[in-house]
Design a protein around this ligand. Structure first.
Ligand code: CTP
Length: 403
């Protein structure tokens, strides 16, 4: 498994909130990605989850006291914060946030936060009224002004039975935030438009023709661009995938829908990455009603018409984005890819052999440009996507004019 957080030392702080049960899952997922996690809990947090749970999961002692005479050097608050790449307090209660705002240090976690020389991130978790309270909002502003990062809170149903803002982000969202936090921001300030997935062309309301495409590569690229700091818009055909976190998502069905959505967004974008497997044709004589097999009594005659070439159209815009195309071929990859790149008038085209990668988690990408072919990588789509983003930034000539 890919370990993007290998070598990262994270202090996970737990304060008194019912959301603390989700932190156990968050800890495990951080470890899956290679992070070393040290847990520190406030005394009140120990009433919600036991230190034993976090000790068993992290495989390390859990810090609950400021003074620990069992340790050779009982300065855990200094030692831990010196080793750490970040302190993540999840859940962060309203009380703990108030403490942080004023620089109080009356338990191990608040002492750690005060003694730190690494980034501090908090994931608030509280009742909606507590979150909305003027005192909490004042504290939020002060904490942000002090350079503390806030993840969430989310909106939804709360343990108290009310609905509103104040929920801790889900473990998967906290994990996505963690990955984004540790990714170098090489795309900061850029607007990136990505297409992904297949398109579906209707034969009638229940039948379609489509391309085989899971959307995995496009979604991984959109996510990697977002983690690299870009503002990402993803226009996607039908897939079974979850929407990438922090990405502006537009669902479309047909190639003509995708074309309309892309042409509306392309003029504002700096980079367009066209990963979608767009259907080349649509059916001109699609039926409004379901075609009945026994009524028609003959094979339906489908009348095809060509779909717009979205990538070529974007590439031909006067002040359009810089374009990256994809070519999925079954044979003659180099020859077809270079011809396609020139035909669509784009600088960079990413090629792969479909029979090896379609629907799989693995992919193998080769880059085609004026400089020739360059083998990028073979591996998990999630793993290869950030490598492609790095490469794209090496080829990207920069913004030619303000948008
Ligand atoms: N593409 C597009 N709009 C289309 C067809 C393709 O934007 N109507 C884009 C794809 O997203 C991809 C690139 O063009 O980035 C190449 O797609 P591909 O299907 O491989 O090429 P085609 O132009 O359709 O050529 P062919 O089917 O002959 O291989």
């Amino acid at each position: 498994m890919h370990k993007p957080l290998a070598n990262k030392q994270i202090v996970l702080g737990i304060t008194a909130g019912i959301a603390a049960y989700k932190s156990a899952e968050f800890l495990r997922r951080l470890q899956d990605l290679g992070a070393t996690v040290h847990v520190a809990m406030t005394p009140a947090a120990c009433q919600f989850m036991t230190p034993t749970t976090f000790q068993a999961l992290s495989g390390r002692p859990v810090f609950t006291d400021t003074i620990d005479t069992q340790l050779q050097n009982s300065m855990a608050h200094i030692n831990l914060s010196r080793q750490a790449d970040a302190i993540i307090v999840a859940p962060a209660s309203a009380d703990f946030m108030a403490k942080l705002t004023h620089g109080l240090a009356d338990d191990i976690l608040s002492t750690l936060c005060l003694a730190r020389n690494c980034p501090l991130i908090i994931a608030p978790a509280m009742n909606r009224e507590m979150w909305a309270n003027a005192a909490t909002q004042r504290n939020v502003k002060q904490l942000q002004a002090d350079g503390v990062h806030l993840w969430g809170p989310g909106y939804g149903s709360q343990a108290c039975g009310e609905i509103g803002s104040g929920r801790m982000l889900e473990p998967a969202q906290l994990l996505a935030e963690s990955l984004a936090f540790f990714t170098p921001k090489i795309m900061q300030g850029l607007r990136v438009l990505v297409t992904a997935g297949p398109t579906e062309e209707a034969i009638d309301p229940v039948r379609v023709i489509s391309n085989k495409s899971s959307g995995k590569t496009g979604y991984a690229i959109a996510q990697a661009a977002q983690r690299a700091g870009a503002q990402v818009q993803l226009v996607s055909g039908p897939t079974a995938l979850a929407q990438p976190y922090g990405v502006d998502f537009t669902a479309v069905t047909s190639a003509r829908d995708m074309y309309a959505a892309v042409m509306q967004r392309a003029p504002q974008a700096d980079i367009f990455i066209s990963v979608a497997a767009v259907a080349d044709w649509y059916i001109k004589n699609a039926s409004d009603q379901k075609i009945k097999k026994h009524v028609v009594n003959q094979l339906p005659q489908l009348d095809f018409a060509e779909n717009p070439d979205i990538l070529a159209q974007v590439a031909s815009l006067d002040h359009g984005p810089w374009c990256v195309g994809f070519a999925a071929e079954t044979e003659g990859l180099t020859e077809y890819a270079q011809a396609k790149r020139k035909r669509k008038n784009i600088d960079l085209l990413v090629g792969n052999l479909v029979q090896k990668v379609l629907g799989q988690n693995q992919t193998e990408l080769i880059l085609y440009s004026d400089a020739g072919a360059e083998h990028l990588a073979k591996g998990d789509k999630q793993e290869v996507a950030p490598l492609l983003i790095n490469k794209i930034m090496q080829y990207y000539p920069g913004r030619t004019q303000e948008k």
